[in-house]
Structure formats: C-alpha cells, structure tokens
Design a protein around this ligand. Sequence first.
Ligand SMILES: Cc1ncc(COP(=O)(O)O)c(C=O)c1O
Length: 335
Amino acid sequence: MNTQYRPTTGPRHDGGQAIATAHAPVFSLIGNTPLIPLRFRTEGVTLLAKCEFLNPSGSIKDRFAQCVMTDAEQRGLLRPDSIILECTSGNTGIALAMVGAARGYGVTILMSESASVERRHLLRQFGAQVILLPKGGTYQAGIDRSREMAARDARYFLTRQFENPLNTQDHEQHTGPEILRQVAGPIDAFVAGYGTGGSLGGCGRAIKARYPQARIVAMEPAEEELHAAECRCCFCIEGVAGKGFVPPLLQNAPLDATVSISAAEALQATRRLHREFGLMVGTSSGANVAAALRIARDLPPDAVIVTLLCDRAERYFSTRLFTESDSSNSKPGTR
Ligand SMILES: Cc1ncc(COP(=O)(O)O)c(C=O)c1O
C-alpha cells in the first residue's frame, strides 16, 4: 500500500472559492470523553475505560472526521461542491457523514455489504450516498475503487484513513493526552484493537512517551476466517482488523504485545458491559475489555490498565451480538 499521504486529487481551492473555516456546533461534542473505572469483582480487576462511544455520531471515528475536515478546510483543499469519499467498515463513514452534514459537503461511502445494515441506515440518514461492495471482496479492492473514482472526478476528496498521518497524530495529540490527564499517576498497560491503527498507535505513542514502562497491547480477533481474503474489518468484531494485517499507520507504533480474542469471548464481554455496567457498547469494546482482563492476569492487582470503548451497540442490532441466543445472562451482583 502506498503510505504517502496525498490530501487531495484536485487543485487547491482558495481565494474567492474558499469556504470559510468554521466549527460546526456538533464539533464541540467531539472528544474530551470521560474515562470511567469498571470494577470486575469476579476477576478482582479494575479497568479504566475511555468512553469513545459518547462522541456525537457514536464512535471514536468522530475525532478523525473532525480533524481531517478541519485540516482540509484550513488548507483550502475543499470547495463548495466537494464530495468526501472514503472506503470504510462503517464508523468512519458515519463520522464523515455527520461532519459532512454539519459543514455542508456531500459524502460518498464505499462499504462492504457484510457490514451491519444499521450502518447503512445511519449513513443515509445523514444524507450520505452509500456504495456497497460485494461480500468476499478485499478491503484493498474498495480502496482501489475509491482512488479510481477520485481520479475520474475532481470533486471527490479522499480522506485516506488508512494512510493519513493526521489519523495517528490526532490521537497522539488529543486522545492520548486526555487519558494522561484523566489517570492520576503512571499507566501500566494500554489495550486496544486496531482497524487503521490510528487510535492504538497514537494513544500508544503518547502514553509510552510519558510512561516508557507502560505496555502497549494490540487486541486481535482470533478467528481463522480472518486470514481469508474477505474484508477483515466486517467479521464478528466489526471495525477491527485481524492477524496478518498490519496497517501502515501501525508499522512504527510502540507495540509490546498482542492478545487474541475469539468472537465468543468478545460477545460475552460485550454483554457483560451491557448487563453488569449498563454500558450499551459495540462488540469491539467487549473485545478490548476481554483483552485487558487477560493482560491484568500478568500484572499486580492494583495495575492501572486503560482500554477503549469504541462505539455504541445500536449499530449491531442485526448482528450476532443481538440475534444469537445468549446463555451468559448474568445476574446483578455477579461481577
Ligand atoms: C468499532 C471499532 N472499533 C475499533 C476501531 C479501531 O480504530 P482505529 O481505526 O483507530 O484502529 C474501529 C475503527 O473503525 C471501529 O470501528
């Protein structure tokens, strides 16, 4: 993959054409998310969870959407008829659609038809155009298609989430420092999955710079199916890539370890977050928590372990998280 960030396919638009850079009111709701303690009594572990699902479109991706659009506007790369174009498993698309709606740009999203149908509804509700890619296609095929579209039509502005250094930088300069402000004292471990690698790499770098002894841990889905060519991000733990895929933004990240989490473990932990903590989050949040609990086994009981709750559960109604019968119906007070 070409890791060079080329921010636009068309000419710069400035002078009379430029759109005044202004913050949309919804931007004030992005970031500065709470960090909350989750006490798992059975395990005797307390995790610190960064509530990224509280961002206004419902996921951590609001940060990238705001950052990339603000940067593009400031640099005069957008014009009134610009169309934001991205190939995404969904959350980035929803975030871009929200920002596009708030700033008055068209948004076109390429997304696998295997991504949950709720994502399509949200995208269309924000006014975005959705182009579905066939199941079984590779993510790279989607990225290639977006590049072909941008090469043919200068109105398209590619946000290039997989190679755009702003993605990692924004987490290094904002999400990571927020965590450092919110945690009193040293951090022993930071655990998160990765799609583009922006959040794991960016937060990881910020935390490691302050606390070099902190372990930066990647959560990876365990299933063998993820080795197939099929779109990796849309398997059970949506939004998260699997083994064998190292996104360009993660190539120089300060990673100390990886933890493999099965779909069953991710679903079970997600349901625990729903029923034991009242946190209605998506499957990758459960996967992150399952991985963080695994890491906690090797650390002292008072270790400070931070993880991310990436998105909300409402976009998974049609997935196994809600459709599969669940035998782990835990009762109050069992945690
Ligand atoms: C639900 C969910 N979890 C985790 C991630 C990982 O985020 P990143 O792209 O920063 O690696 C994503 C990315 O889209 C996501 O949608």
